[in-house]
Each structure stands twice: as structure tokens, then as C-alpha cells.
Design a protein around this ligand. Structure first.
Ligand SMILES: [Zn+2]
Length: 428
């Protein structure tokens, strides 16, 4: 029975490896690098553990482990990993061969969701999904691009398999290697994958686990367990287990997510310019990127401001908007927060309307009812006008019972009036 390596030994080995890596940079042309391919298959059924490693104790293998009857040096210690320069691992998708039930955008979202599961683990590795591959028509190995696609006439996914990850590793020196790197990984999914979205996402999480360095696990609760039952979504594990997260940290080292602070609640006037600010500090002092998205309320156009900042013009209607900001470090570890913006009517006008006759004034934004209140005019006699684009006056008569009278006004200001709207008014 194979037992997990003690953590202390792992730490020691890591230190030695770093020293050797530095050496290879200097004398790289004198150390031959050998490459080889590894394939890990994810299959249907709960009884698939063919590598002879089935134990009652949880064991999470690594992509470069020798499986019976393989022998070093193409597999074995040291563990195969992505070099620092290649992290986070960039992956793109091909759409050809996609099962008919699966839409393009849905597939892309599944890849985003699957990558997020690994990026949430605080290890010095991440997966950067770049959308559909910029060139080419289908996945291929040995092109130094990491791709996710569907099987085709090459038939890499057959029998009970649902997906396979094809990984190219390099090692040096050729005998008794001291460095072993992953240099390419390609994920091939069955073109007849059944319509159980949870299981496809789970499969992508599993294959991405291979892509970043994992072999299979003997624990059925681990996402790296080598089989699933696609008739039971419950068997399709959604995320790495805590044991898998720990193992990933052993492989690449710990790397913590940024700490994020932002306003939790913001008040703004209708039509006002609003700035939202977030500040993230990364424990490892890595550069942080920010992403702002609106999650609820009337849609506004977000404009990037200074670092961590986003600006927008508040809607002209009284409303509540919510935004989500996510900060990510170089390994894409996310830290998120929600900011709620309450947009209130200002309900004021500049100047005072004359007791009789017409007056020109500026309304500071809000609904038509708020305009009437701000003008302090009797509803029965008040009339307001706005100049429209072709120089015609558009009237608002608060006391009218004829709906067509205000139709043009309501069409012009469907959500209320923006701040700074010039108007002509008559009170009595
Ligand atoms: Zn697998």
C-alpha cells in the first residue's frame, strides 16, 4: 500500500527542486529535456480503479505518478508541475463536436465555473480560461496550447469513458530526473456526453484537476475519483474536497486570496455620478485585478476609474442597485464583496417658481411626482414644459385626467427626470 509522503519531506524536496531549477536556467543547453505523454481517463461506473492503487485509505495521486506497469524515468518523482512562468495555466475551448443539447455559451460558462472551483483553492496555481481558442478548428496535442474540446474521429474517448486529459511532461536529466514539468495539457470530452449539466461541470473540474497535476483519488468523495454515475447527478462531485485542496497546496505551495475591503452601502441621488471603490491587499503582495459587475437594479453603464474604482451615472428613477466586485491575485484566487447603492430622488429645484406667470428652473432629478412636490405648486394648476430635441415643448400637466396629455412627457422621461433637467414651469 502506498502511503502519502510526509509533509516535512515534501517541504525539503521543494527546496532542493528550486535550487536545481535555478541551475538548469544557467546550463539549460547541456541538460537534455525529454518529453512524454500521459493520459487520464474519467469513466462511467463506480467500480473503476484499475491502477492497482485502491486502498481503504484516501490517496490522491499525481499526474506524473507511475501506474502499474510503468517505470521511471518518464513517470515518478519528482512530481510533475507547471513551472512558475506557466502559472496560472491558460486554457481555451473548441466548440466543434459539442453535444446538441449544449449551447456554446453554456459550455463556456461551465468551463468558467469549473476553473473557479480550482481557483478558489489557495495554492500557487490557477486556471485562466481565455474563451474559445483564437485560431485552429480543433484540439491537438503537441501544439503548446492547452485546449478543451470534444472527441471526434480520433476517438480518444471510447468505451465507458466520458473524458480524457492528455498531458505532456518534460523531465531532465533523462535518467534520475531532478525536474519534471507539465508543458501541455488537453482535455477531450465525449461528444455524446449526456444531458446532465452538473455531471459535465463535475467532469470538467475532474479533468482540470489532471491539467494542474493530479492523478486519481481512491476516495469516492474526491472530485479526482476516477468514475461517476451520469444517471445520478449526486455522484457528480462539484468541487475539490478539503483533502484535495491540501494536496494542491503541498504540490505548489500555499498562496492566499487577497483581502478585500469596500463600501457596503452607498447612497446616491437620481442622475448623479457615482464612484464605487474597492481596495484589495494580497498577502503575498502580488498585483491584484478588479472586476465589477452589476447584479441587480436598472442597468447602468460601468466605466472604469482608478485602480479598484468604477463609475456610473445613477438612474433617473428611485431604485436600488447591487454590484459585485471581485479582486484576484496572479493565481486568480478570488475575493468578492457586494455593494448596494440606494438611489433616492433629490426632489429639489434651483430657484423658485414665480407666484404667477412662467419661470425657468433646473430640476435636480427624480420622478414627476417629486418634481411637483419640489416646485410646491398646486396639482390642479401646475404645468411644466421640457424642450425636446427638435425644439418643441413637451408638457406635463399633473392634474389632468386625460392620459394622452402627458403621453409625450412620459415617453421622454420613462424612469423619471435626470438631475440637471432645465424646465419651464407655471404654478398657478
Ligand atoms: Zn481522471
Amino acid at each position: 500500500m502506498t502511503t502519502p509522503r510526509p509533509l516535512l519531506l515534501r517541504g525539503f524536496r521543494l527546496a532542493v527542486l528550486l535550487a536545481v531549477c535555478a541551475l538548469t536556467v544557467v546550463v539549460t543547453d547541456r541538460i537534455p529535456v525529454v518529453t512524454g505523454n500521459l493520459a487520464h481517463v474519467y469513466s462511467l461506473g463506480e467500480d473503476v480503479l484499475t491502477n492497482g492503487k485502491l486502498t481503504t485509505q484516501e490517496l490522491i495521486g499525481l499526474i506524473g505518478d507511475c501506474e502499474v506497469p510503468e517505470l521511471p524515468p518518464h513517470c515518478g518523482d519528482p512530481p510533475a508541475r507547471w513551472s512558475t512562468a506557466e502559472r496560472p495555466v491558460a486554457i481555451c475551448t473548441f466548440q466543434s463536436g459539442r453535444p446538441p443539447w449544449l449551447a456554446e455559451a453554456q459550455f463556456r460558462q461551465m468551463v468558467v465555473d469549473a476553473a473557479a472551483q480550482w481557483n478558489d483553492a489557495e495554492a500557487a496555481i490557477g486556471i485562466r480560461y481565455n474563451g474559445d481558442c483564437a485560431s485552429g478548428a480543433r484540439w491537438g496535442t503537441s501544439n503548446r496550447r492547452n485546449e478543451i474540446g470534444f472527441d471526434d474521429e480520433r476517438d480518444r474517448v471510447s468505451g465507458r469513458a466520458v473524458a480524457v486529459t492528455l498531458t505532456t511532461t518534460s523531465w531532465s536529466p533523462p535518467i534520475n530526473p531532478t525536474v519534471r514539468n507539465i508543458i501541455e495539457t488537453d482535455i477531450v470530452v465525449s461528444e455524446i456526453f449526456g444531458n446532465i449539466p452538473e455531471c459535465l461541470v463535475s467532469t470538467l473540474v475532474h479533468e482540470m484537476g489532471h491539467a494542474i497535476g493530479f492523478g486519481h483519488s481512491t476516495d469516492i468523495n474526491d472530485v479526482m475519483y476516477p468514475s461517476l454515475n451520469s444517471f445520478s447527478a449526486a455522484t457528480c462531485r462539484a468541487a475539490p474536497s478539503s483533502a484535495e485542496v491540501s494536496r494542491l497546496r503541498e504540490l505548489y505551495g500555499l498562496n492566499l486570496r487577497p483581502r478585500l475591503s469596500t463600501q457596503s452601502a452607498v447612497a446616491a441621488a437620481v442622475g448623479a455620478l457615482v464612484s464605487l471603490n474597492a481596495l484589495a491587499v494580497d498577502p503575498e503582495n502580488e498585483a491584484v485585478t478588479y472586476e465589477w459587475i452589476q447584479t441587480s437594479g436598472p442597468a447602468v453603464a460601468l466605466q472604469p476609474g482608478s485602480t479598484g474604482q468604477v463609475n456610473f451615472t445613477a438612474p433617473v428613477s428611485v431604485s436600488i442597485l447591487e454590484f459585485r466586485v471581485t479582486a484576484r491575485d496572479r493565481y486568480l484566487h478570488p475575493a468578492s464583496a457586494t455593494v448596494r447603492v440606494t438611489v433616492t430622488g433629490v426632489g429639489t429645484i434651483s430657484g423658485t417658481l414665480p407666484q404667477s406667470g412662467l419661470g425657468l428652473f433646473v430640476f435636480n432629478g427624480g420622478t414627476s411626482d417629486q418634481l411637483l412636490a419640489a416646485a410646491a405648486c398646486p396639482q390642479s394648476t401646475a404645468v411644466f414644459w421640457s424642450l425636446d430635441a427638435d425644439g418643441q415643448f413637451v408638457a406635463y400637466v399633473p392634474g389632468t385626467t386625460v392620459s394622452s396629455v402627458n403621453a409625450a412627457w412620459l415617453a421622454k422621461f420613462p424612469g423619471g427626470l435626470p438631475a440637471g433637467t432645465p424646465l419651464l414651469g407655471r404654478c398657478r
